[in-house]
Design a protein around this ligand. Structure first.
Ligand code: FAD
Ligand code: NAI
Length: 465
């Protein structure tokens, strides 16, 4: 009979769980990982980060060819056609390659994959498909799933969540996105590039909550310029299927006259909620907070000895790299090492065009926390590489503590903001001042020079503006 007793059992094989399992095994702990999906990799690899980026990449190529971007560079194309079937195949191919890669890593590191749904039967045992397993330590990494919107029932045909929006069989004429957050703007961009009219209905008075105020304003301008219809301060109260489409009833968020919007497809992307249902957490003595999350201390301990939690199921940003780093730290702590995640320096990226990225505090949060701040801003229009590439939208903003000059946050809108933000995160991790960045030699011509210029602008001394 297969072994049922482990040093560590990880529940969930998303970026948090599979990374935790591999690190635990690398450190010599006998490790298993339970996953109920057919493939490893969790939300991120199967229906999240990876497939969305495959479609973002493919739709960008299509748009460049179909809408004249290539022609502006003297690359002539004739009769550009969309083969959505091939695009979906390419998406599935990326998922297959990466999820099989995780299965290979499990084998290589001798992590046992327990296939099925895990539920606690006590503080030290779980049940998976009728078999009881015991472990000295558990790491709960069950992730999150879409938050439903009352009155707007998801059918994955006309009214979809992010998973359905990755799989639409045809380009809708009119896609209405409910929620102007990360998923709405990324997947809205995909279908807009492929030819849909896209309307974003956002409850708040600005899109992209949580981001720096200047970034939110500029992003709003850029997306409108791209042809998105963005209706802020608006709520959806009803969705009725009519004919082949959907009729949405919307009204001002503060209340007022209702009106209707007709759509061929509706994407519900109003946030995600932690997956704790069906885990029987009460049998392990674990409670969830009012948002359904499992609270943990700095060492990812739940309060029940030997039970840890990481990733989307815990408080903090719902990001794959946050989950991964927590997975590594939790495994190292279990192995008796020092595992640390600096939650003040977790970058986030929206993979639209241009990309939008940030790390650290927003200017608003820094001021609210009592910091006296100084900021430096540099437009991408004045960056030689971005201008040459005809990618001049956006800016870099560096926020520093006025007293110590230490960098508190960096916000970027630029074609390659997701790549540029890494240097800001590294600088902040090392406690850099804006002067440190300003006097670091940056290669020319690169988009990253805009980070250096924004840092120079903190002291009012940028060169190229
Ligand atoms: P998950 O990846 O959700 O994995 C949890 C796993 O646990 C799942 O596979 C689930 O089946 C399994 N599970 C749950 N309960 C049980 C149980 N009881 N027994 C057994 N198995 C169980 N983040 C980024 O950083 N960058 C991006 O570009 C990005 N893009 C995204 C795009 C979309 C469309 C979506 C939806 C999300 C995106 N995210 C992105 C967020 C990212 O996917 C999550 O933050 C990340 O997957 C969280 O990892 P996790 O390990 O906590 O959980
Ligand atoms: P989100 O929290 O980013 O955005 C949800 C938006 O919906 C917010 O703007 C919110 O104000 C709005 N909203 C809430 N209720 C509403 C209502 N009733 N009507 C209209 N608008 C409403 O959530 P989203 O986009 O669903 O993404 C979920 C999570 O997945 C995010 O936390 C994000 O971290 C993660 N993700 C990360 C990506 C990345 O890193 N590139 C990509 C996609 C998702």
């Amino acid at each position: 009979m297969a072994d049922t007793n482990f040093d560590v059992i990880v529940i969930g094989a998303g970026p948090g769980g599979y990374v935790a399992a591999i690190r635990a095994a690398q450190l010599g702990l006998k490790t298993a990982c339970v996953e109920s999906r057919e493939t490893l990799g969790g939300t991120c690899l199967n229906v999240g980060c990876i497939p969305s980026k495959a479609l973002l990449h493919a739709s960008e190529l299509y748009e460049e060819a179909a809408h004249g971007t290539l022609a502006k560079w003297g690359v002539k194309t004739s009769k550009v056609e969309l083969d959505l079937g091939v695009m979906h195949e390419a998406r599935l191919e990326s998922i297959k390659g990466l999820t099989q890669g995780v299965a290979f890593l499990f084998k290589k590191n001798k992590v046992e994959w327990l296939k099925g749904h895990a539920k606690f039967t006590s503080k030290t045992t779980i049940d998976v498909g009728g078999t009881s397993y015991t472990a000295k330590n558990f790491i709960i990494a069950t992730g999150s799933s879409v938050t439903p919107l009352p009155g707007v029932e998801i059918d994955q045909a006309r009214i979809v969540d992010s998973t359905g929006a990755l799989e639409l069989a045809k380009v809708p004429d009119h896609l209405v996105v409910i929620g102007g957050g990360v998923i709405g703007l990324e997947l809205g961009s995909v279908w807009k590039r492929l030819g849909a009219k896209v309307t974003v209905v956002e409850f708040l008075d600005q899109i992209l909550p949580g981001m720096d105020g200047d970034v939110r304003k500029e992003a709003n301008k850029i997306f409108r310029k791209q042809g998105f219809e963005i209706r802020t301060s608006t709520k959806v109260t009803k969705a009725e299927k009519k004919g082949k489409g959907v009729v949405l009833t919307v009204e001002p968020a503060a209340g007022g006259a209702a009106e209707t919007i007709e759509a061929d497809a509706v994407l519900v992307s109003i946030g995600r909620k932690p997956n704790t249902e069906g885990l029987d957490l009460d049998k392990a003595g674990i409670q969830v907070n009012t948002r359904g999350q499992i609270e943990v201390d700095h060492g990812f301990r739940t309060g029940v000895a030997g039970i840890y939690a990481i990733g989307d199921v815990t408080p903090g940003p719902m990001l794959a790299h946050k989950a991964e780093d927590e997975g590594i730290a939790a495994a190292e702590i279990i192995a008796g090492q020092v595992g640390i995640v600096n939650h003040d320096v977790i970058p986030s990226v929206v993979y639209t065009f241009p990309e939008i990225a940030g790390v650290g505090k927003t200017e608003e949060d820094a001021r609210a926390e009592g910091y006296e701040v100084k900021t430096g801003k540099f437009p991408m229009l004045a960056n030689s590489r971005a201008k040459t590439n005809k990618e001049a939208d956006g800016f870099v903003k560096v926020i520093a503590d006025a007293k110590s000059d230490r960098v508190l946050g960096v916000w970027i809108i630029a074609s390659v903001a997701g790549t540029m933000i890494a240097q800001a995160a590294q600088a902040m991790e090392f406690g850099a001042t804006s002067e440190d960045i300003a006097y670091t030699c940056h290669a020319h011509p690169t988009h990253s020079e805009a980070v250096k210029e924004a840092a120079m602008a903190v002291r009012g001394l940028p060169i190229h503006i």
